[in-house]
Structures are given as structure tokens and as C-alpha cells.
Design a protein around this ligand. Structure first.
Ligand SMILES: NC(=O)c1ccc[n+]([C@@H]2O[C@H](COP(=O)([O-])OP(=O)(O)OC[C@H]3O[C@@H](n4cnc5c(N)ncnc54)[C@H](O)[C@@H]3O)[C@@H](O)[C@H]2O)c1
Length: 313
């Protein structure tokens, strides 16, 4: 199968590319390398079934490219991913995430693509009242990023109704693992790992009891691969573990894996931070046969080992 991966030079996208190539597929990446890198695709570049096009997903040339390549499936991960950036510049966020998604869907139509698999975010749930958040929970976007991701979901349903273009939306919780950048605001595992390996002080916002649902990147990639088939057509699924992990416990796990002191500093909670989050993975199990297989301590160990080898050797 030929698969086009937008955002394929990024953290999740490049891990997905490696898995698709290992499964024997032909993979074309479209990425503007704004936060992704060629280094993430070093292994992929050695495979002759792989191609990288350095291109903005908003560029009309994407439509010509898809018409030429006719990818059977498009995994759409390219995005502006920062909530804070979306608040500071909602127009830029909408440009990449809404206009970009409309361009990808137009390209899918021209390329006779069967299906688009879309990376959405738990941000679309706002401040959920039920945790773990059920798959059919109401959406309540509270940032331009959440609004633009939800718009993407609505565009998918619209193109399905208009043109029969199939889709599956995967609503990702807090993904962690090798290749996640410590530079952003979201990758707290990457941020703690980087700091604890380099002996830099770490900061926990609030009293450390805030929780998140951490899901390992290989498990998320497995969800994308499953959705590339016919399972889950026209549906959306949460990809998370359903398990809440406190910031304090996360810090302890990473400090242990890094062999560093478990002594974070504490700072006041940040405005807008949710006290708790986890999503229900059961519908993804029923619809895609998916389940999160990686235990958090094991996933953190892999992640810390990767960071130690790559960045702190
Ligand atoms: N990491 C998480 O925990 C998480 C959680 C929820 C949702 N998501 C979603 O998953 C997807 C991948 O996120 P990630 O964590 O791998 O982030 P990332 O920043 O590593 O990857 C995004 C990729 O998209 C590329 N890109 C950005 N704008 C582009 C544009 N205009 N044209 C072409 N390429 C562009 C970047 O260069 C990068 O390679 C995103 O859609 C994100 O919103 C991630």
C-alpha cells in the first residue's frame, strides 16, 4: 500500500513512517520541517520505498503531488501543535491546522485516496466532567488549537458526506517516546528527561497531583496502522491508556530511569492547566482491536535510554 504521511518528519509521524516501512509499505512524507527533522527520518531514507517532499501542507502543489502519487491512505499529522502559540496567534494556528487540513482533504480527493487518518487531540474535550473521558463525550474546545483540531474532525465528516472519502480520527492523549522534542510545552516526559540527564533543575507546576494519561508512541503508531485498514471507517477513537499519572509520580519514574535525584522544584499552577485527564481506550479496542501495550515505567526506560544515547552521549 502507498501511504502519504503529513508531518512524517516529526515525533509521532517519523515513528509511524518507520513502522509502515517495516510492514512493507511505500511511504511518502510531506513535511515543511518546521519542527520535524531529516534526522528523524535517517533510517527511513535508507529504504527505497521511502520519499520525502519538503512542502507546506497548505501549498496547492500538495494537490498535484497527490494526483500524481494516488496514495491509498493519507495519515495527516502535520500541525501547529502548541496550545500557547494558538492563543498568541490564532490566525496562524487556523492557517496551518484548518486551511492545511482542507488542503490535505482536497489532495486526497484528487489523489483518489480511500481514507484519511487524522491526529486530533484530547484538547477538544475542554474540561471534561467524566474521567476517563468516554469516546462519545461532548467536545468543548477552550483554545484555538482545540478549535482548529475539532474543525479538522468536522472537515473529515464533511468530505466523507460530499465525496465518500473515508476517515478515522484518532484523539491522542499525552504521547511520549523517542524523538519527542523537549523544546515545546507539551512533551513533559521529554522536558523532564532532558533536564534530569543534563543535571538541570526541573519544575513541577502546582502541588504535583495534576494527572495526565501518558501513551507510548509505538502504541499510538499501532493505532494509526490499524486505522489505515478498513476498521474504524467514519469513526473517531481515543488513544490513551485510561490511567491517570500524577506529575510527581512521572518525575519519580523519569528520575529513577535517568539515575538522577528525584527532587523537583515547585511553582504555582499555570493558568488554564487541567487538574486531571485520561481517556477511555475501550472503544478503540472494540473498533480497531487496539490496546495500549506499553507499561509507563517500561516506556519511560526506553525513552530515557534513547535520549541518553542520542543527545547526552
Ligand atoms: N504529541 C502529543 O502528545 C500529541 C497529542 C495530541 C495530538 N497530537 C497531534 O499529533 C500530530 C503530531 O504531533 P507531534 O507531537 O509528532 O508533533 P511534531 O511537531 O513533532 O510533528 C508535527 C510535524 O508537522 C510538521 N509541520 C508543521 N506544520 C506543517 C506544515 N504547515 N506543512 C507541513 N508540515 C508541517 C512539522 O515539521 C513536524 O514534522 C499533530 O497533529 C498533533 O496535533 C500530538
Amino acid at each position: 500500500m502507498r501511504v502519504l504521511v503529513t508531518g512524517g518528519a516529526g515525533f509521532i509521524g517519523s515513528n509511524l513512517v518507520d513502522r509502515l516501512l517495516a510492514d512493507g509499505h511505500e511511504v511518502v512524507v510531506v513535511d515543511d520541517l518546521s519542527s520535524g527533522s531529516r534526522e528523524n527520518l535517517a533510517g527511513a531514507a535508507a529504504v527505497d520505498r521511502f520519499r520525502l517532499h519538503e512542502l507546506d501542507v497548505r501549498d496547492p502543489a500538495l494537490v498535484d503531488l497527490a494526483a500524481e502519487l494516488q496514495p491509498e491512505v493519507i495519515c495527516h499529522l502535520a500541525a501547529q501543535i502548541s496550545v500557547r502559540m494558538s492563543v498568541a496567534d490564532p490566525v496562524r494556528d487556523a492557517s496551518v491546522n484548518v486551511e492545511g487540513t482542507a488542503r490535505v482533504l482536497t489532495a486526497a480527493r484528487e489523489g483518489r485516496t480511500r481514507k484519511v487518518v487524522f491526529a486530533s487531540s484530547v484538547a477538544v474535550y475542554g474540561r471534561p466532567t467524566t474521567i476517563p473521558v468516554p469516546g462519545d463525550a461532548p467536545t468543548d474546545p477552550r483554545s484555538p488549537y482545540a478549535a482548529s483540531k475539532l474543525s479538522g474532525e468536522i472537515y473529515l465528516a464533511t468530505f466523507r458526506a460530499l465525496y465518500g472519502l473515508e476517515y478515522t480520527t484518532l484523539v491522542l492523549s499525552n504521547v511520549y517516546g523517542p524523538r519527542q522534542s523537549p523544546d515545546g510545552e507539551a512533551g513533559v516526559v521529554a522536558i523532564f528527561t532532558d533536564a534530569l540527564l543534563s543535571g538541570t533543575p526541573t519544575v513541577v507546576y502546582g502541588d504535583g497531583t495534576q494527572t495526565r494519561d501518558y501513551v507510548y508512541v509505538d502504541d499510538v503508531v499501532d493505532g494509526f496502522v490499524r486505522a489505515c485498514g478498513q476498521a474504524g471507517d467514519g469513526r473517531r477513537f481515543n488513544l490513551g491508556t485510561g490511567i491517570q499519572t500524577t506529575d510527581r509520580r512521572l518525575h519519580a519514574l523519569i528520575a529513577d530511569a535517568a539515575g538522577a535525584p528525584d527532587k523537583p522544584g515547585f511553582a504555582p499552577p499555570r493558568v488554564g492547566d487541567l487538574p486531571a485527564m485520561a481517556v477511555d481506550p475501550v472503544p478503540a479496542h472494540e473498533g480497531l482491536g487496539w490496546e495500549p501495550r506499553t507499561d509507563l515505567a517500561a516506556g519511560i526506560k526506553h525513552t530515557v535510554e534513547w535520549a541518553r544515547e542520542r543527545c547526552h552521549a
